[in-house]
Design a protein around this ligand. Structure first.
Ligand code: SF4
Length: 60
């Protein structure tokens, strides 16, 4: 199973990942995206990682 990580020092909280896959990403009160799950049957997480404007998402 993929391992999804958000680099908290890089994330700017734009919310794009959460909009693209709310099953996995959630921007919380600290203004940073958090990972809720490491897989999603609906979305390609590698593609979402590419959407991040600051390349804070890593999918291993
Ligand atoms: S797309 Fe990137 S910068 Fe935007 S909230 Fe998600 S991890 Fe943070």
């Amino acid at each position: 199973m993929a391992k999804v990580k958000v680099d908290v020092s890089t994330c700017v909280g734009c919310g794009l990942c959460e909009q693209s896959c709310p099953e996995v990403f959630e921007v919380q009160g600290d203004g940073i995206a958090h990972v809720k799950a490491h897989s999603c049957s609906l979305h390609n997480l590698e593609e979402i990682a590419q959407l991040c404007p600051v390349a804070a998402i890593k999918v291993e």
